[in-house]
Every structure is written in structure tokens, then in C-alpha cells.
Ligand binder design. Structure first.
Ligand SMILES: *[C@@H]1O[C@H](CO)[C@@H](O)[C@H](O)[C@H]1NC(C)=O
Ligand SMILES: *[C@@H]1O[C@H](CO)[C@@H](O)[C@H](O)[C@H]1NC(C)=O
Ligand SMILES: *[C@@H]1O[C@H](CO)[C@@H](O)[C@H](O)[C@H]1NC(C)=O
Ligand SMILES: *[C@@H]1O[C@H](CO)[C@@H](O)[C@H](O)[C@H]1NC(C)=O
Ligand SMILES: *[C@@H]1O[C@H](CO)[C@@H](O)[C@H](O)[C@H]1NC(C)=O
Ligand SMILES: *[C@@H]1O[C@H](CO)[C@@H](O)[C@H](O)[C@H]1NC(C)=O
Ligand SMILES: *[C@@H]1O[C@H](CO)[C@@H](O)[C@H](O)[C@H]1NC(C)=O
Ligand SMILES: *[C@@H]1O[C@H](CO)[C@@H](O)[C@H](O)[C@H]1NC(C)=O
Ligand SMILES: *[C@@H]1O[C@H](CO)[C@@H](O)[C@H](O)[C@H]1NC(C)=O
Ligand SMILES: *[C@@H]1O[C@H](CO)[C@@H](O)[C@H](O)[C@H]1NC(C)=O
Ligand SMILES: *[C@@H]1O[C@H](CO)[C@@H](O)[C@H](O)[C@H]1NC(C)=O
Length: 772
């Protein structure tokens, strides 16, 4: 088997964040800061907080006479503002009554036609028709902007704007208010913070307006709530009808990521975008980007999402593309729904027929050109190992000119190194014997090549050696799309894995959603796919992979659930999605991890792969209130100051009740330098079924884990009845052979609450894992 190292790939649209030294700001020792203030400390003389903050700023002095610059005032995500300050300003500010904390600016990065069917969504039954396709739910997306002219954002047949909507449509570079409609009901742009960093936004690197430069925001928005658009495709692949997961939901774009090449975002801008989204009245928010993992109080997404959650807004984020190793989670705050990426049951292939039909094999290819390859000669090293594996500079360009090279599997060479050789020579194309096709992304296919699996590779070798030298030929049909591939879903190799470093006691990710080769709208003026040395090819719809693509799927399913159950809290919506998720794939076996090819674990896929129709009717939910999260932070020894930043409470807050036992729909035991531990979890279930019901607990656990549930049977008298239970997990991994999966070590099982004489099964993973 070829050893393929997926970690060498720097894959997809990333959420990876580089720590940024503050010295990169333009104004010397002047830096941007986010200042948290105690709202109740505002002197009566001021008419508004904004007035108070700006007056405070103008009262600051600096020995060089330079003034502080105000960037944003925040009213919803935090109480406070952002400003550009000198060290002297900072010092004075820290002594002003009402000052809680100041954090320096930080910077983050960004991290389909077919997915509705894959998710089981259907025009005529289930969640789609029942939710009115997400009718009137407003989804706010913080991203790179939007291309409003895309057919996916057509508003034909959409009802007038909801009255509660307070948002707006900002004019700016190549964008004006007439670009919004009844589908795209809001569009704004936040660039003050990133400009302070020294980014000059011009038409060559981005638009200083809600217009999307790079395509990512157009893609995530249309994935979530694009309309039905017929006959879309990506250069011959994935042909069909493009539709978002919540096609009747409304969209509001908050552009916070700039520079179409580096995809940068500033904390001050993200906070401003989330602040505005809350003020405008979004119901749901999605962020496919991330900041360095710090305590939640310093992370703008965690802080903003907390305020959103308090107002009933469901917030979902991508988990990051730093997998497949353990402890690589981003956006792991327990009030965020953290989404990992899975594959879908669709593949893009080429059919290769050898000779006069002696052999036909199917291999992976997403080469975008409509090529006619008929009886082209095949070049193979014929006994010279170095040539057979297409080692760098092993081939004579003249000798292979016009031929398709067949490159054999090699432990020491990746298909990328072989591609370099293809590129260097004058060969017409290549057939690689390699298991790595599934790890290649669309943009890797800039030359005509196919990867065939090693089993097929052996057959190809047999054919080639059976005909005399230089007599082997092949005909290739590119641009074939295969639906119904198995097994699917699999955990995408790049999807970040739990536990979360900041709060390992809550299982993350929460859930898996489609995130590999998702077809959705793209910006039409910026090329995506190159062919050889030509210019980039333009396309209105693009196939893109990343956990960035998974979050919009989850957020749109949340929108469908919200449209169906207007009274559900964000935690109830998440619980419904988690406890009804699928833990088996379309072959009926446990979902596998595409890197290791063995069964994944809840640290890879959370509670499982989201199943929207089942989430509509979960039977029971585990609900959580804002105060519960605060008690959780108290148990993590967050200081009063840190909690006030997140919760914006009055000045005399103290942790009275530290409780690590959040009412989460999953159970996590962290083993800290020990093989054995016993932990009792306390949970509360709420019946969201329409009638009285009785549930019985069952556990499925491996050796090394003993679980008891008290009580084992619960009766709910009516809808919204609540009941408590305790779950005690005894872990003893001493002497047990633990099979490392990815590099997670521990074990896991499931708790199932099954309805007596009913159909509901409420499943939660129970996971033990060693501390980092
Ligand atoms: C589902 O409904 C949409 C919108 O009405 C329509 O465009 C689409 O063709 C329908 N699909 C099927 C499979 O009926
Ligand atoms: C906005 O764009 C529309 C259509 O291109 C144009 O008619 C209108 O004058 C523009 N409005 C402003 C304020 O630029
Ligand atoms: C941005 O523009 C300003 C003024 O035009 C210029 O002084 C500065 O050097 C530019 N910065 C970068 C990074 O190009
Ligand atoms: C195999 O090919 C390499 C590169 O072309 C060449 O240097 C080497 O001499 C060849 N070996 C044999 C045994 O032909
Ligand atoms: C890979 O490299 C190692 C060490 O250089 C060598 O022993 C091994 O034979 C190589 N494998 C192949 C298939 O060439
Ligand atoms: C190889 O090709 C030559 C002509 O191109 C033909 O005469 C010969 O029969 C072929 N040999 C085999 C084994 O197919
Ligand atoms: C919090 O502090 C308590 C008391 O010092 C300690 O027992 C506990 O381990 C700490 N918790 C964490 C998560 O650090
Ligand atoms: C402290 O908080 C309580 C409520 O939690 C409030 O009643 C009281 O007035 C507060 N005290 C001060 C000094 O703010
Ligand atoms: C759960 O355990 C606690 C003690 O740890 C006990 O007070 C409580 O009654 C138990 N709850 C149930 C439902 O058994
Ligand atoms: C855990 O158990 C293994 C044997 O199964 C043993 O090698 C290891 O030392 C134990 N670790 C601790 C911390 O007890
Ligand atoms: C594990 O224990 C060490 C030492 O007591 C402590 O510093 C660390 O925070 C613990 N980690 C977890 C995840 O509990």
C-alpha cells in the first residue's frame, strides 16, 4: 500500500489562524485594542454609551500629542468599544471607573447540488415541507462577502421582508443598496480593524464593500439558503440542480474577511459584525472562520456567540481544518454548535479503457477540460523502477511526449511529486497507481490525470506488460459523476478532532455535516481552476471542501428546525440535531475516518452525522440556559473579570455555583494521568414530543467502561415535562488493549433513551479520553 501522508497537504479553505505579533500594525506603538466596560458605571451626564466612550477617548493624553482613534462601539456582543491607542492611552484607560478588561486586537483566517438529497431532504415529506423550506428564518453569515447577482440569491416568489428585520444594505465599492432583495435582505462590511493592520483594500485584492472578492462567502451563503437553480455544474462534474439547505430562509451577509489572497479577519471587525447581526435581528448565525484558541473571554467569536445565544440566536461554527490529530479543535465554546466535515456519497471519476477494451478501470479525476482522449499511447518504465514511479527527472521529456505516463505506486513518493514530473515533461497526461485520489482537491487537477486504486493499478500493469513495449494504449472519458458511492459519509481527513484544549470536559465537535466537494455559487469574475499554464477558468458554481462548508449545512438545518419549532432554544436545536444524528454510514457500519479507514470515534464526528428529518422530532432534548454556561465557566476557574467580559453582568458578580456538569447531550470523561476514574453526570431531559411518554435507558459500552443510569425509566406526563437522571461512568482502562484510532486514546459507548411503544431513540455518546 502506498503510504500517503495527508498532513503534507495544506488543503482547503482554512480556518487556521496564525498568531500575529502586534508589531505588524502600521502606526508604531499605536495598536488596536478591544476595551470591555461596565455599562452600569456610565456617569449620568452621558446620553449614551457611545458618547461616554468617545468622551473618555478624547480625555486621554499622550506625550507626543497623538490622539486615540475610535473604531467601533459595541452594544450587543460586549459592552465596550475598540480603538487605536498608545501605551500611555492604555495605561490611563485602565484606571477609568467602569473599565473591566482590555485585549489586544488579534487576527484570524478563514478556514452542491447533491447534499439535500444526501441529507434525506425531500420536497414532499419531512422537514423541508414542514418547515416551509426555512420560511422567514433569517440567517446571518459572517464571511468574505457575497456576489448578489448569483442566481442562487434570486428572490422570485419570496414574500416581503419580515417586519422585525432592522438590517440594512450598505453601499460601497461595486455594491449598492439595490443589490439586496427579498432573499439577500442585508449586506454590510466591517473593515476598520483590518485596515489598521495596514491592509489597503483596492479592486486588486478585495472590495471595500459587502461584495465578495474570493468566493468563499458566496459559497457558504448559497449552501445555507440558495434558491433552486437548474442545470448548474462544475466543468462537467456534479451536474444538476443547485439548492441551499434552507431555500426559503433569508440571508444577511456581514463581511469581516478581507484580502482575497490571505483571507484575513480582525477581532474588532468580527465583533462589530456580530454586534450588528444581533441588532439587525438575525435568528441564526454561521461563522466559517476562527481565531487562535485562547480562553473564551479573549476569543471574539466565543464572546459574540454568548450574547447571541442569550438572545436565542443559534450560532454554528466550523471546527477547523487541522485534523486528523487529536486536540485540534477551534470554536469549541460550549454555547457554539461546532461542526466537523464529512464526505458525501458522490465521486468524480474518469473511465479508462485500455487497448481495444482489454481492460476498463474507473479512477478519481476532477480534470475540468472536455478532452477527447482516444487510443493514446501509454509510457511505462518497462523495468526501470525510477521511471516506473515517475521519480523527479527520471523521464525523458521527448520520449514521453504526447503519451500518457503510467506511474506506479511508491512508498517514498507522493502523487504530488509524480505530478511535478508530469508537469516537467511533455507527456499528454498521466495515470497514477495511487490510493491518494480521495485526498486531492479540485485545484490539484490542473493537468489531465487519473488516479487508480492499487488493485486496479495491478490490473493496468498486467495489461501493459502483456502487450509488447510501446503497444499499450488507453482511451479516457473525463467528467463523470458517480452518485451513491459507499461508504458515505466518512470523516474528512482535514476535519479537526477533539477534545477541545480550552474545555476538554465537553465533547467537541458536536456534529458532522457535509464538507467535501460541495457545489455552490461562486464569484464569476475570479478564476478558480487552472489548466496547465493557462489562465484560471471562470465558473459560477464551484466544488469546494472544508469545515467552512459544513457549518452552513448545520446552520441551515437549524433554520429549518427553528421554522418548525419557533420556541426551541439554541441548545434545544443542537440537542435535537445531536441525539438524532447517524453513527452509521450508508453501508450500515460505523462511520469511518477517511485517514485511518477504520471506524471513527465521537472525537472525530461528535454525536454523528446530522439527519435533518430525524432532528425535526427528537422526542427529548437536553436544554441549557445562559446561567448554566456561566456556572460551567466558574468550574473552569474563570475569574470574575473574564466572566464579566463574556456575560456583561453587573459589577458584583461572583461565582456562587461552580458546576462542570453542563446539561449537554454528550458525556465526556477526561483521564488525567490515571487509568481509572468514576464520574457521575447529572442531566435533565425535556419532553418535546406532543404526548405523554415513557422512556427506558439502555447503554452500549465497551470493556473498560461501566455505566449505570438512575432512574432507568422515566415517564413524562406531557409536552415540556422535565425529568432528571444521573449517569455514572466507571472507567478502568488498566490492562485493556486500547486501539489507537487516529491518535485518540480512550474508549467510548452510547446512552440510548428509547421510547416505550414509540419510535423515538435519543442517543448520546459517552467518551473517555486522556488529557492532552
Ligand atoms: C422541489 O421544489 C423546487 C421548488 O419548488 C423545484 O424547483 C424542484 O424541481 C423540486 N424538486 C423535485 C425533485 O420535485
Ligand atoms: C445602484 O445600482 C443600480 C443598478 O445598477 C443603479 O441604477 C443605481 O443608480 C445605483 N444606486 C446608487 C446609489 O449608486
Ligand atoms: C497603503 O496605502 C498607504 C497610503 O496610500 C501607503 O502609505 C501604505 O504604504 C500602503 N500600505 C501597504 C501595505 O501597501
Ligand atoms: C533508469 O532511469 C534513470 C533515469 O532516466 C537512469 O538514470 C538509469 O540509468 C536507468 N536505469 C536503467 C537500469 O536503465
Ligand atoms: C523507500 O525508501 C527506503 C529508504 O530509503 C527504501 O529502503 C525502500 O526500499 C524504499 N521503498 C520503495 C518502494 O522504493
Ligand atoms: C504491436 O504493434 C504492432 C504495430 O504497431 C503490431 O504489429 C503488433 O502485433 C503489436 N503487438 C502486440 C503484442 O499487440
Ligand atoms: C479550579 O480550582 C480548583 C481549586 O483550586 C481545583 O481543584 C480545580 O482543579 C481547578 N479546575 C480547573 C479546571 O483548573
Ligand atoms: C449585587 O447584585 C444583586 C443581584 O445579584 C443586586 O441586588 C445588588 O444590588 C448588587 N449590588 C451592587 C452593589 O451592585
Ligand atoms: C443523582 O445523584 C444525586 C447525588 O449525587 C442525588 O441527590 C439525586 O437524587 C440523584 N438523582 C436521581 C434522579 O437519581
Ligand atoms: C495504565 O495501564 C497500563 C496497562 O494497561 C499501564 O502500562 C500504565 O502504566 C497505566 N497508567 C497509569 C497512569 O496507571
Ligand atoms: C491534569 O492535571 C494537571 C496536574 O494536576 C493539571 O495541571 C491539568 O490542568 C489537568 N488537566 C486536565 C485536563 O484536567
Amino acid at each position: 500500500m502506498g503510504k500517503f501522508n495527508p498532513f503534507k497537504f495544506f488543503p482547503y479553505f482554512l480556518l487556521i489562524i496564525l498568531p500575529v505579533s502586534m508589531s505588524s500594525t502600521i502606526s508604531g506603538s499605536y495598536n488596536t485594542y478591544i476595551i470591555h466596560m461596565d455599562k452600569s458605571a456610565m456617569p449620568a451626564a452621558f446620553s449614551s454609551h457611545h458618547h461616554w466612550y468617545t468622551a473618555t477617548l478624547s480625555s486621554l493624553s499622550s506625550s507626543n500629542g497623538l490622539l486615540p482613534t475610535h473604531l467601533y462601539t459595541y452594544n450587543h456582543v460586549i459592552y465596550g468599544f475598540s480603538a487605536v491607542l498608545s501605551p500611555e492611552h492604555l495605561h490611563q484607560l485602565s484606571r477609568i471607573p467602569g473599565h473591566i478588561a482590555t485585549y489586544p486586537e488579534m487576527f484570524g483566517h478563514l478556514h452542491t447540488t447533491h447534499t439535500p438529497q444526501f441529507l434525506g431532504l425531500n420536497n414532499h415529506s419531512g422537514l423541508w415541507p414542514i418547515s416551509g423550506f426555512g420560511d422567514d428564518v433569517i440567517i446571518g453569515i459572517l464571511d468574505t462577502g457575497i456576489w448578489p447577482e448569483s442566481e442562487s440569491f434570486d428572490d422570485e416568489g419570496m414574500p416581503p421582508l419580515p417586519e422585525r428585520w432592522r438590517g440594512g444594505c450598505e453601499s460601497g465599492m461595486e455594491f449598492n443598496s439595490s443589490n439586496c432583495n427579498r432573499k439577500l435582505i442585508g449586506a454590510r462590511s466591517f473593515s476598520k480593524g483590518i485596515k489598521r493592520r495596514g491592509l489597503n483594500i483596492s479592486r486588486t485584492n478585495d472590495y471595500d464593500s459587502p461584495r465578495d472578492f474570493m468566493g468563499h462567502g458566496t459559497h457558504t451563503s448559497s449552501t445555507a439558503a440558495g434558491r433552486h437553480v437548474d442545470n448548474v455544474e462544475y466543468f462537467g462534474y456534479a451536474k444538476g440542480t443547485a439548492t441551499g439547505i434552507a431555500p426559503m430562509a433569508r440571508l444577511a451577509m456581514y463581511k469581516v474577511v478581507f484580502d482575497g489572497d490571505t483571507y484575513e479577519t480582525a477581532a474588532s471587525d468580527v465583533l462589530a459584525g456580530m454586534d450588528q447581526a444581533i441588532a439587525d435581528g438575525v435568528d441564526i448565525m454561521s461563522l466559517s472562520l476562527g481565531f487562535p484558541e485562547t480562553p473564551f473571554s479573549e476569543n471574539p467569536i466565543a464572546v459574540g456567540a454568548f450574547s447571541a445565544m442569550e438572545k436565542g440566536i443559534f450560532v454554528s461554527c466550523s471546527v477547523g481544518n487541522s485534523g486528523p490529530h487529536a486536540y485540534t479543535i477551534f470554536n469549541g465554546a460550549p454555547w457554539i454548535t461546532t461542526v466537523g466535515a464529512g464526505t458525501v456519497d458522490r465521486d468524480f471519476v474518469a473511465r479508462v479503457t485500455f487497448g481495444d477494451g482489454e481492460l476498463t478501470v474507473i479512477g478519481k479525476s476532477i480534470y475540468p477540460e472536455n478532452l477527447f482522449v482516444s487510443n493514446v499511447p501509454i509510457y511505462y518504465g518497462y523495468g526501470n523502477r525510477s521511471k516506473e514511479i515517475c521519480d523527479y527527472k527520471s523521464l525523458n521529456p521527448k520520449e514521453v511526449a504526447g503519451k500518457y505516463i503510467f506511474c506506479d505506486l511508491d512508498d517514498n513518493l507522493t502523487v504530488f511529486q509524480q505530478l511535478l514530473e508530469l508537469d516537467r515533461t511533455e507527456a499528454a497526461g498521466a495515470i497514477f497507481n495511487s490510493d491518494s485520489g480521495q485526498f486531492l482537491k479540485t485545484s490539484d487537477f490542473n493537468l489531465p490525470f487519473v488516479t487508480v486504486k492499487p488493485n486496479d493499478g495491478e490490473l493496468v500493469k498486467k495489461y501493459i506488460t502483456s502487450v509488447s513495449e510501446n503497444n499499450a494504449t488507453a482511451s479516457i472519458k473525463f467528467q463523470i459523476t458517480v452518485i451513491g458511492t459507499r461508504p458515505a459519509p466518512q470523516v474528512a481527513y482535514f476535519s479537526s478532532r477533539g477534545p477541545d484544549r480550552q474545555s476538554p470536559w465537553i465533547l467537541k465537535p458536536d456534529i458532522l455535516a457535509p464538507g467535501v466537494n460541495i457545489l455552490a455559487a461562486w464569484v464569476p469574475n475570479r478564476g478558480l481552476q487552472p489548466i496547465r499554464d493557462s489562465d484560471l477558468l471562470l465558473t459560477d458554481y464551484a466544488l469546494v471542501s472544508g469545515t467552512s462548508m459544513a457549518s452552513p449545512h448545520a446552520v441551515a438545518i437549524a433554520a429549518l428546525l427553528k421554522a418548525t419549532h419557533r420556541d426551541w432554544s439554541p441548545a434545544a436545536i443542537r440537542s435535537a440535531m445531536m441525539t438524532s444524528a447517524d453513527v452509521v454510514d450508508n453501508t450500515g457500519n460505523p462511520i469511518i475516518d477517511m485517514t485511518s479507514k477504520v471506524a471513527g470515534t465521537p472525537l472525530d464526528f461528535g454525536a454523528g452525522h446530522v439527519n435533518p428529518n430525524k432532528a425535526m422530532d427528537p422526542g427529548l432534548v437536553y436544554d441549557i440556559e445562559a446561567k448554566d454556561y456561566i456556572n460551567y465557566l466558574c468550574s473552569l476557574n474563570y475569574t470574575t473579570q473574564q466572566i464579566r467580559v463574556i456575560w456583561r453582568t453587573t459589577s458584583n458578580f461572583t461565582c456562587e455555583y461552580a458546576n462542570r456538569d453542563l446539561n449537554y447531550p454528550s458525556f465526556m470523561v477526561i483521564l488525567n494521568e490515571t487509568n481509572t476514574t468514576t464520574y457521575t453526570f447529572k442531566r435533565v431531559l425535556t419532553n418535546v414530543g406532543d404526548s405523554p411518554s415513557v422512556y427506558r435507558a439502555a447503554v452500549k459500552v465497551p470493556s473498560g467502561m461501566k455505566v449505570s443510569v438512575q432512574p432507568e425509566m422515566i415517564s413524562f406526563e406531557k409536552k415540556y415535562s422535565r425529568a432528571e437522571f444521573n449517569l455514572t461512568a466507571e472507567i478502568n482502562l488498566g490492562g485493556i488493549e486500547i486501539v489507537p484510532q487516529s491518535d485518540y486514546i480512550g474508549n467510548y459507548g452510547f446512552l440510548l433513551w428509547s421510547e416505550e411503544n414509540g419510535k423515538h431513540v435519543v442517543r448520546s455518546p459517552i467518551v473517555s479520553a486522556f488529557a492532552a
